[in-house]
Design a protein around this ligand. Structure first.
Ligand SMILES: Cc1cn([C@H]2C[C@H](O)[C@@H](COP(=O)(O)OP(=O)(O)O[C@H]3O[C@H](C)C(=O)[C@H](O)[C@H]3O)O2)c(=O)[nH]c1=O
Length: 192
């Protein structure tokens, strides 16, 4: 029953150059009123289940990040405006260690981006951007570290060299320092 109701084209997951990052295009069902689009079912089992959802507004030309988590998976669904999401892999024992990349996301073509622990990320807003942000563990303010968005070692080609940053994010350390801190804290715990 459940399977019959799931839009089939919405189940595809696109491969992405960083291991464990998953991008799942969504398929809105349009009608004369507008459209409706499922963004999450537990039964899809794409990654650790989100237990918390945030709703985020970001002004034009703002960049949030670059941040990384050791323990939690993040879900990002841009629902309004256009964003560039930058990603960089800090997991030394993985196949895409130190690989950086960007992805485009916009409310007109919704998709779910799943970011595993150990993949640093930031989100740049070309327009005013609204997005839903899912977390696989409750926010505690502790599982978060970061580095300067423009550190060349991130290998992220941002669309702007001078985005609006929170002073906290402008003062973040360089990539090498983040990597040291991340590894000193234990990196991403291995699954037993
Ligand atoms: C994430 C979160 C934050 N907060 C509070 C803490 C601050 O008072 C305020 C803004 O939080 P923060 O500065 O951490 O938000 P961002 O800089 O946008 O960071 C978030 O988005 C970037 C791209 C990331 O990568 C982070 O993982 C994610 O935390 O909301 C909460 O109360 N609950 C929450 O779940």
């Amino acid at each position: 029953m459940d399977g019959d109701l799931v839009p089939k084209t919405g189940l595809k997951v696109k491969p992405v150059a960083i291991a464990g990052v998953r991008l799942r295009p969504l398929t809105p069902a349009p009608d004369l009123r507008g459209s409706l689009c499922e963004i999450h079912r537990d039964s899809w089992e794409l990654a650790a289940r989100p237990v918390q959802w945030d709703f985020i507004n970001t002004r034009r030309h703002v960049l949030r990040g670059v941040h990384v988590h050791r323990l939690r998976v993040d879900y990002i669904v841009v629902v309004g405006g256009r964003a560039t999401i930058g990603l960089a892999d800090l997991r030394r024992d993985g196949p895409s260690f130190r690989r950086g990349m960007t992805l485009q996301a916009e409310g007109e073509a919704p998709q779910v981006l799943i970011i595993p622990p150990g993949v640093a990320h930031g989100i740049y807003a070309h327009d005013p951007v609204t997005y839903l942000y899912g977390l696989s563990a409750y926010y505690d303010g502790v599982d978060q570290a970061g580095c300067r968005f423009d550190d060349p070692d991130l290998d992220i080609d941002w669309p702007s060299r001078a985005p609006i940053l929170l002073p906290r994010d402008a003062d973040l350390p360089d990539f090498a320092t983040l990597l040291r801190q991340f590894e000193a804290a234990g990196g991403v715990p291995r699954r037993s």
